[in-house]
Design a protein around this ligand. Structure first.
Ligand SMILES: C[S@@+](CC[C@H](N)C(=O)[O-])C[C@H]1O[C@@H](n2cnc3c(N)ncnc32)[C@H](O)[C@@H]1O
Length: 285
C-alpha cells in the first residue's frame, strides 16, 4: 500500500488539523511516503534497554532486547534513519530521543547523514523520581538530538519561554552593563535553554496510559511549539501511546503516527479520541 498522496494540501495553509495512524515497520512506512512532507520528525525508538517492555493493559508492548547487542541494534537504527531523512522538508528538523546507552553512537550516525553542520542541539531532558543508585550517580536524564537539513530551521523560541526563577535578581530589577546600558527582564519570561526539567509520568498522572516508556505531553508540546508552525505536518514513526500525535493535534499541527506494535497504535487511537475528540483510523502496511 502507498501513502504518497495522503497530504494534498499546502502544509502552511492547512485550515483543519488531523492525521493518520499507520501500523507497520517505520522502514517500510517511510519508503511509502512522499519525500519532503514533514517539518518535524520526532523519533523515540527502543533504547536498547535489554528488556521486553510490558504495558499495564496490553501485556507485551514491544521487544527491546536485541540480545543486549549494539551490533544488531545500531545497523537497525541506521537503516531507519536513512529511510526517514528524505521525508524532511528543506528546513525540517529531526529530533532523535535516546539515552546514555546509545546516544553517542547515534550522534555519529546523524553526523554522517546530515553532515556535522546539521547538528543543532543536544537537549537534556532531566527528570526526578524513581529509585536511586548506591553504586553510581543515578541516571536521570535522556538526550534529544536535534538535527536539521537547514542552517535556519523553524525555531519559535518565543513560543516556549518560561517564567524566571523566583530567586532571580535579574527578573526583579534587570542588570546594568559596564557600558551603562540597562537590560530588563522580558515580561514573557526567559527563553528555555538546552536542559529541560520536565517531570516523568508518575503512576498517578492523569495522562498516564499504561503503555510503557510513554513520554510526557509537556516534552512534546515544547518541541512541537518551538520547531514547527501551525498547520505543519509532524511525524512520529515510533509513536507508541501517541504522545506526539495528541500534542500536535492540540497545538493545531497535522500529524502522522506509525508504530509496529498493535498495542501502540490502538492506544494512540483511543487517546486521540478521548483527549482530542479526534477519530483516527489505523491503516496496516
Ligand atoms: C520508546 S517507545 C515510544 C514511546 C512513545 N514516544 C510514547 O510517548 O508513548 C518505542 C516504540 O517504537 C516502536 N517500534 C519498535 N520497532 C519499530 C519499527 N521497526 N517501526 C515502528 N515502530 C517501532 C515500539 O513498538 C514502541 O512503541
Amino acid at each position: 500500500m502507498h501513502f504518497r498522496n495522503i497530504w494534498h494540501k499546502n502544509l502552511a495553509t492547512a485550515d483543519k488539523t488531523g492525521g493518520r495512524i499507520i501500523r507497520g515497520d517505520m522502514l517500510h512506512v517511510a519508503s511509502s511516503l512522499t519525500p519532503g512532507i514533514f517539518r518535524l520528525i520526532y523519533l523515540d525508538p527502543p533504547f536498547l534497554t535489554g528488556r521486553e517492555q510490558i504495558g499495564s493493559k496490553e501485556g507485551l508492548a514491544y521487544d527491546d532486547r536485541w540480545a543486549g547487542n549494539l551490533d544488531s541494534y545500531l545497523p537497525w537504527l541506521q537503516k531507519r534513519l536513512q529511510a526517514i531523512f528524505p521525508l524532511l522538508c528543506s528546513d525540517g528538523s529531526l529530533v532523535l530521543h535516546l539515552d546514555w546507552r546509545t546516544t553517542h553512537h547515534a550522534r555519529v550516525l546523524l553526523d554522517d547523514l546530515f553532515g556535522h553542520e546539521g547538528f543543532i542541539n543536544e537537549i537534556i531532558w532531566h527528570y526526578t523520581g524513581g529509585g536511586r543508585s548506591k553504586r553510581r550517580f543515578s541516571c536521570k536524564h535522556d538526550t534529544l538530538l536535534w538535527y536539521s537539513r537547514s542552517q535556519k530551521p523553524v525555531f519559535n523560541i518565543d513560543a516556549v519561554r518560561q517564567p524566571y526563577k523566583q530567586t532571580s535578581g535579574y527578573a526583579r530589577s534587570g542588570i546594568v552593563a559596564a557600558s551603562g546600558r540597562k537590560y530588563l527582564p522580558d515580561p514573557r519570561g526567559t527563553p528555555v535553554d538546552d536542559v529541560w526539567d520536565i517531570p516523568i509520568i508518575n503512576p498517578m498522572a492523569l495522562e498516564r496510559t499504561g503503555y510503557p516508556t510513554q513520554k510526557p505531553l509537556a516534552l512534546l508540546q515544547r518541541l512541537i511549539s518551538a520547531l514547527t508552525n501551525p498547520g505543519d505536518l509532524v511525524g512520529d514513526l515510533c509513536c507508541g501511546s501517541g504522545t506526539t500525535l495528541v500534542s500536535a493535534q492540540q497545538l493545531g499541527r497535522n500529524w502522522l503516527g506509525c508504530d509496529i506494535s498493535e498495542a501502540a497504535t490502538e492506544c494512540a487511537r483511543q487517546r486521540l479520541q478521548h483527549e482530542c475528540s479526534c477519530e483516527a483510523s489505523i491503516e496496516n502496511l
